[in-house]
Design a protein. Sequence first.
Length: 140
Amino acid sequence: MDLRNCPRCGRIFADNGTHRICSDCRHQEEDDYEKVKAFLWDNPRSTIGKVHEETGVSEDTIIKFIRENRLITEGLEIKASLKCQRCGTTISHGRFCQKCQDELVDGFSDTGKEKKSKKKKKSGSDMYIKDRIKERKENK
């Protein structure tokens, strides 16, 4: 565990790797989330500015909830559109568009590895360095 300063309040807290803010700020953030969620339940199609005015929750915090997939912008009008962090496509929630999510997941799956390993090798006796290293490991 590392000791860090909370980026919101500046207090020192033990970072266990799961939360980036101290427990007091985390509880405050959860309270803010509940306020926003309750307001949007009663007032769908509100703007972020309106939600901010009525709940007192900062616009940046509301956008953070959208990026974390805790709120979806369907039913919430925002002035600035969210962009996919990989390709720049406009999205309604999260960090990546569906296409980029699918590509990233495929990159981690076994099928992605199989596609790369099926590349054609040069004909003849030519070997790639990767093949030589693999062959040495197998012979040991």
